[in-house]
Design a protein around this ligand. Structure first.
Ligand code: SF4
Length: 481
């Protein structure tokens, strides 16, 4: 699975925002490794630096010194829509009649084509095939006729899908989350200003304090002197559609998302995994790094269970951190080799033992098959696999590239068949209800599209699990003021 994007926005009293933005992007690097960018405003004009590559490679000292001004937005990107080149790298910036606009987007619109066609007919020319440019053009158009708040509301009434945006109009920095809050965005307070970021870990990096999550459908406008912020609940929906995979897989364990510390959620998922389908074994072992918090919760619950024999928690798989991630290997055989290169078992923790391997998900099944084989080669007597999420049966249209339906091992196979394919002695996944409980959310407030095949947005050719109102893009005015 590919992570998505990370966004940040900062408004400070009078020091340059470039370095805090740069440090925040470092903290969000796990959310996107293809490009990194910062756009600042010095009160007169925008300054922009956007490069392909990791944050550490994209900026040098001179770049940061040239990014003047106490306000700015930043972005790290993994391409989820649009081309894999710098025409889609962000923040996207544009100058127009009523000022300058910068935009960082995490998520994916599902009505991009209709909007692009409509804007193109109205004379807009596009330089990329990404959805962020479409949002920027729509907003720029609205800003010619409306104040900032109405312009954002008007654009929100036309775009449909998943988005957490940081926006800079001249020197005003804003953040907005889609009406169902699919992607995370939070507000942090610094000594001399405020920050908006995809994850609270970015705020921690700046020695700031997490204030709260941006609410679904809410616009947060940071004061341009760093003194505070104003909020506007522009759209309200009955139910949210938080992406549960943020807590399961994407976000940093030290981030708090929608009021839940990711690390604690993952441990709770591990505990529930034991409660639902625990199996006595000699050793419980996480698949590094993703399975670690799940495995510690699972082992803790197993050792507290009076009916269980007790297990040893062991870090028996060592990771070579210098091997590329499996998804950048283009062929199946290269992906298989990458798993072997990346993970190596410590024989003494495995030999002659029954082992339970814990991971967060199975996508194609390639890694799981290889890991079970590794364990057996290292002398494991039995290998059981426990997964801290439900089976992924359908693709994601909201900004996660998790392989096509045909590639997903659970799309058309039962758990028994998957168990056989990965050659494990047993295999269990966590139920959707347990995931919802661990996140302290009701099922109806989560996006569960990839595990149910029913989505919280109106997506062509797919089923939906709720009454979704796809905005009419022909509407010339927002629903109401
Ligand atoms: S489909 Fe899955 S990965 Fe995509 S937003 Fe929904 S829960 Fe998250």
């Amino acid at each position: 699975m590919h992570e998505k994007c990370g966004v940040v926005g900062i408004s400070l009293e009078d020091r340059s925002a470039a370095r805090p933005l740069y440090y925040s992007l470092y903290a969000l690097q796990h959310r996107g490794q293809e490009s990194a960018g910062i756009v600042t405003h010095d009160g007169f004009q925008q300054h922009s630096h956007v490069e392909m590559g990791l944050v550490g490679d994209a900026f040098d000292q001179t770049d940061l010194e040239q990014l003047n001004g106490p306000q700015g937005i930043g972005h790290v990107r993994y391409p989820t829509s649009g081309s894999v080149d710098n025409s889609c790298a962000q923040p996207f910036s544009v100058s127009f009649k009523s000022g300058s606009l910068g935009l960082s987007h995490n998520g994916n619109l599902v009505n991009t084509e209709e909007l692009r066609d409509q804007l193109a007919e109205q004379g807009h020319a596009f330089t990329s095939d990404g959805d962020t440019e479409v949002i920027a053009h729509d907003l720029a158009r609205n800003l010619l006729e409306e104040d900032l708040i109405r312009a954002v509301k008007h654009t929100m009434a036309r775009i449909h899908g998943s988005y957490a945006l940081t926006i800079m109009h001249d020197d005003t920095v804003m953040g907005v989350r889609d009406p169902q809050g699919n992607r995370p965005l939070c507000i942090g307070e610094l000594d001399d200003g405020y920050v908006l970021a995809s994850e609270s870990a970015a705020i921690d990096t700046l020695d700031g304090e997490l204030v709260r999550d941006v609410k679904p459908g809410e616009l947060v406008v940071l004061h341009d002197d760093g003194s505070g912020y104003d909020t506007y609940q522009l759209v309200k929906t009955e139910n949210t559609a938080h992406c549960f995979f943020e807590h399961v897989y994407f976000a940093r364990p030290d981030s708090v998302i929608d009021e839940e510390l990711v690390y604690e959620v993952r441990r709770e998922l591990g505990r529930k995994l034991w409660d639902e389908n625990g199996i006595d074994s000699d050793v419980v072992m996480p698949v590094p790094d993703s399975g670690r918090s799940f495995a510690s919760g699972y082992a803790e619950a197993a050792n507290e269970d009076p009916n269980a024999e007790g297990v040893e928690f062991a870090e028996g798989l060592m990771k070579n951190r210098y091997v590329g991630r499996t998804f950048i290997m283009p062929t199946q055989s290269e992906r298989e080799r990458a798993v072997r290169m990346k993970l190596n078992p410590i024989k003494s923790t495995v030999e002659g033992k029954t082992v339970t391997l814990i991971d967060d998900s199975i996508v194609r099944g390639t890694t799981s098959t290889q890991l079970v084989e590794l364990m057996r080669d290292a002398g494991a007597e039995e290998v059981h696999v426990r997964i801290g999420a439900p089976p992924i049966i359908a693709p994601c249209y909201m900004g996660i590239d998790m392989a096509s339906r045909e590639e997903l091992i659970a799309a058309d196979q039962s758990i028994e068949e998957i168990c056989e394919e990965i050659q494990a002695d047993s295999l269990s996944y966590l139920s959707i209800d347990s995931v919802a409980e661990a996140l302290s959310e009701s099922r109806t407030d989560l996006c569960l599209g990839c595990v149910t095949g029913e989505y919280p947005y109106d997506i062509d050719g797919e089923a939906t699990d709720r009454d979704v109102d796809r905005p009419g893009i022909d509407t010339a005015t927002p629903a109401d003021d």
